[in-house]
Write a protein that binds this ligand. Structure first.
Ligand SMILES: [Zn+2]
Length: 138
């Protein structure tokens, strides 16, 4: 079984995501580090290298997610599954704050994903502020 997506899969995954990280929404065209194809269910947990298990993810989100699929909801302190970009809709789990610089989790899954993947990392928040000024924010 292949562990990494084919070049065609990579193109499909990037196009499907409209060129933004499917977790933190950072655009690849302003990324200083390469984006990766996240195995939503990690290979270590028998996830496959198929399009329905792959997400376009910035290096930061992919690294923080690592081989995990579950995080702690800070409100209930219970473990919950991370946001699943193929089976769930981003807007159902996250909203932007009123300046559009910060992502707020609005469900247990959303909150656990914001925390574990650090979707409001300083560099990403600063990038959003710049992109807002440039009218390039997603
Ligand atoms: Zn990201």
């Amino acid at each position: 079984m292949r562990n990494s997506p084919s070049p065609q899969q990579r193109q499909q995954i990037e196009a499907r995501a409209n060129g933004v990280c499917e977790y933190c929404k950072s655009p690849v065209r302003y990324a200083v580090q390469s984006f990766e194809c996240d195995h939503i269910i990690p290979l270590a947990l028998d996830g496959t290298t198929e399009l329905d298990n792959l997400a376009f993810a910035c290096g930061g989100c992919n690294r923080y997610k690592s081989a995990k699929v579950v995080g702690i909801d800070p409100d209930s302190r219970q473990p919950v599954p991370f946001f699943h970009p193929r089976q769930q809709i981003w807007d159902d789990h996250f909203i932007w704050n009123d300046t559009y610089a910060i992502i707020i989790g609005i469900t247990a899954t959303g909150r656990a994903t914001v925390n574990a993947l650090q979707l409001n990392r300083l560099g990403v928040v600063n990038l959003r502020r710049m992109l807002i000024m440039a009218n390039e924010h997603p």
